[in-house]
Each structure stands twice: as C-alpha cells, then as structure tokens.
Ligand binder design. Structure first.
Ligand code: F6R
Length: 238
C-alpha cells in the first residue's frame, strides 16, 4: 500500500484529481468507480476546473458509484444521484447515460440484480474512496464478515450520526443503503482512498499501523489489494 502525506486537504484533493485526469487521458473510455461525501467534493471541483480550462474531456468515460441511500428519490437534495449531478456530471461533458448510481427506490431484488449486472459487465480502471469514522468503505459497515457483492445494508448508528450533518435531523437520515460489496471494490484495478477529518484518525491508524485485516474495521481489507494509494494531510498521520 502506498501512502501520500500532503500539506493539507486541498493538496490531497488536487493530487487525487490529477491521478484521475492521468487515467482518463491514457484511456478515454476508462470506467471510474466514484464516491460521494465531503472528503471527495474538492476532487470533483478540481476535475471540473481541468474540464473548464479545456484540458480534459470526460465524454468517453463510464462511471459507477459506490452506493445510494434506500428510499431517497434521485431529486432529494441528499441523494447521491443529486450529489453527483450537482458536483460533477452537470458541470462536465460526460454522457449521463454512462453514469451508474444504484437505484435506491427500486424493489430490492431488481436494484441489486441491476447493480451487480452493471458491475459485472465492465472492469473499473479506478476506484475513488472516502472512509467512514468507523472505517467503512462504500457503505460496508463494521460486521463479523465481509460481503463480497452489492447488497442492502442497515447503516451503523455512527454513520447515521456522522451523516446527520447533511440532513435536518438524525431522524431524516435513511436507515438503509445499497452498496457495492467489498469484493466489488477490490476488483477495481487501482484504488485511491482520500482521508479527511479528525474523526477518521483511528480508522487510518488501523489501516496503516499493522497487518491485520478485520471486518469490524472494513477499510483494513484494502491491505489485500495490490494497487492502493492512501492520501491524507499530515495532521492525520498516525
Ligand atoms: C460515499 C461513501 C462513504 C463516504 C464516507 C465518508 O459514497 O461511500 O464511504 O466516503 O462515509 O464520508 P465523508 O467524506 O462525508 O466524511
């Protein structure tokens, strides 16, 4: 596992954006696995800047997002479809028909079959990740075992508390989500994890400080992937 320690979150976000730009420049029809949340917002802002300067096109790119809340319509301000459109897709030249976000309003069997079909139909060249304060990746929450494939998950109370900052109150935070499984995430050729926030320090230490892989700290599975880069500002260094 490679780690890059930056001066601050701005530098970390730019560095991740530059890596994505390099991947897409080398392969115009790259398939990118994407994440949402506050950690990666500036990555998208930087990608949009590259596009606006005419240095970048996303017209051949396909994307697949990690997860979506169950029960929020795509138009809901906190749905991940809305986040992606607002922060990235609506601001660049990507063909929205080539952007996949799991369908959190569908019947569970249809939602999961559709997501797994999509994931099985192409290789992801890259996967962007943030991390939860409990170590989750995607919405793979701490558990006794890892789930390999896309599945519906009951969100950890800690995740609901963390994400309540985006909603009016914790009661408005959905209780369930659909997420790529750990196996799906690990199938991406290259993974970059961008860590932001003091509350991620413990999970980051578990990832970097020893060799154990523990489903109760889901990010530790990344130790088993051959091309993972963890990027974080120096104030979070364990
Ligand atoms: C979001 C996702 C989550 C977030 C994580 C961190 O698509 O998969 O794993 O990356 O919850 O969220 P922030 O960045 O808001 O702290």
């Amino acid at each position: 596992m490679k780690k890059i320690v930056t001066l601050d979150h701005n530098e970390a976000s730019l560095l991740v954006a530059e890596s994505i730009v390099n991947i897409v420049r080398a392969k115009k029809d790259a398939c990118l696995g994407l994440a949402t949340g506050s950690s990666v917002e500036l990555v998208y802002a930087n990608l949009v800047k590259f596009f606006e300067k005419g240095e970048m096109s996303f017209s051949g790119v396909t994307t697949a997002n990690l997860d979506e809340y169950i029960g929020l319509p795509p138009s809901h301000p906190q749905s991940y479809r809305r986040y992606m459109n607002h922060n990235f897709f609506d601001l660049v030249d990507i063909d929205k028909a080539n952007t996949y976000i799991p369908k959190g309003m569908e019947a569970p069997e249809i939602m999961l079959a559709d997501f797994q079909n999509f994931l099985g139909s192409r290789t992801r060249d890259f996967q962007l990740l943030g991390i939860g304060s409990n170590g989750h990746i995607g919405f793979n929450e701490p558990a006794a075992f890892f789930e390999a494939n896309a599945h519906i998950v009951t969100l950890d109370e800690r995740t609901r508390e963390d994400n309540s900052r985006f909603f009016g109150s914790i009661d408005e935070v959905p209780r369930q989500a659909v997420t790529m499984g750990v196996g799906d995430i690990m199938k991406a050729s290259k993974i970059m994890l961008l860590v932001r926030g003091d509350n991620k320090k413990d999970a980051l230490r578990e990832l970097l400080s020893h060799d154990r892989v523990d489903p109760r700290i889901p990010c530790t599975i990344l130790k088993c992937h051959s091309d993972v880069t963890v990027v974080f500002p120096k104030e979070l260094a364990p």
